[in-house]
Design a protein around this ligand. Sequence first.
Ligand code: SAM
Length: 241
Amino acid sequence: MKIDILTLFPEMFEGVFNYSIIKRAQEKGLAEIKIHNLRNWAIDKRGTVDDRPYGGGPGMILMIEPIYKALKYLKAIPHYDTKNAPAKMTPKIGKQKIILLSPSGKLFNQKKAQELSKMKRIILVCGHYEGVDERVAEYLVDEEISIGDYILTGGELPAMVLVDAIVRLIPNVLEKPEAIKSESFSPLLEYPQYTRPENFKGLKVPEILLSGNHQKIAQWREKMALEKTKKRRPELLKNFK
Ligand code: SAM
């Protein structure tokens, strides 16, 4: 999968994807992550990419033009002139998704990560300052995604969250892909896990896990996952058959 990230703060990504599973995914050639400085497509030599909001109000708004030019450069959208600009500028190019990180977007979850892990290419647009000209959401991107009901300074951390969650789901990235099936949100919360020692200051590991009876252990884990989900996240049970 090819992943392009458009940001005003490329330095924030330095080293972030050079660890663990995400690093290995890149080494295996399963993910190719490129960070692009949006200022490369500024509207003038001074590097302008933002301006004050029409109608007044605080802060600065990222302009549509640098984002349009960047997407065009990345061949994610074709060139449009003012006469033939369609209602939506994002063409359906194979398995490609252009995503704007935005608090107004749809809440990101494991299901969305699964869906996006099947794409050939994703392009993540990070907003900053007071936000992004609304025409970007309306005309340039396929969708807007939020990582939670809170406001962050920029779309950089959300982009990192998306990349991490998506890349580990790309086929052949995880060495033990069967682990994904029992991970939390698939659709239940994961069963409780333990490791050595069996007894830590009187805190004992459930005996069943030491029994060596794989069938019984599987049944216990299923039961525990269900109980945990019922107690902590009952709304997840509606996706459980
Ligand atoms: N004024 C905007 C609002 O009230 O919705 C918030 C702008 S925020 C300070 C700047 C940028 O950070 C946004 O354009 C977006 O790209 C990113 N951002 C902030 N919180 C986010 C979240 N929960 N999920 C995804 N992106 C977020």
